[in-house]
Ligand binder design. Sequence first.
Ligand SMILES: [Zn+2]
Length: 128
Amino acid sequence: MKICTVCKVEKDGVNFNKDTRKMDGLRSSCRDCDAIKGKIYRSNNVEKLKIDHANYERKNRSKLTAYRSKYRAENAEKVKEQDKRYKRTRKEKEMLSEKILLSCQDVTDPKIVAWLNSIVNNNVPTPK
Ligand SMILES: [Zn+2]
């Protein structure tokens, strides 16, 4: 058991990430606090992280390409499923944005009017 220096809660060792520089081999803050800190850092450094990521990709392009093609070869089935899921989601999003775009251009089309009405009737409660 160890007390987190941030939230001051006593937790089991498995709730702390490893840190080889520390005497007990664990970070002083717990995983939950680290996760919150990470989220705050990432949201405050979106542009910097984008640049860092692009630089990393550029510097390690050949290594990453080799790793990715090896992974795709070793996990062919998994990758195929992920690709299928990605394509399906993208198609659904495209269809939805197409519908929204159409509704903005031509609200006199009875089909689009009916579609808009169905959205309004489902989401907005009728006034009393
Ligand atoms: Zn904590």
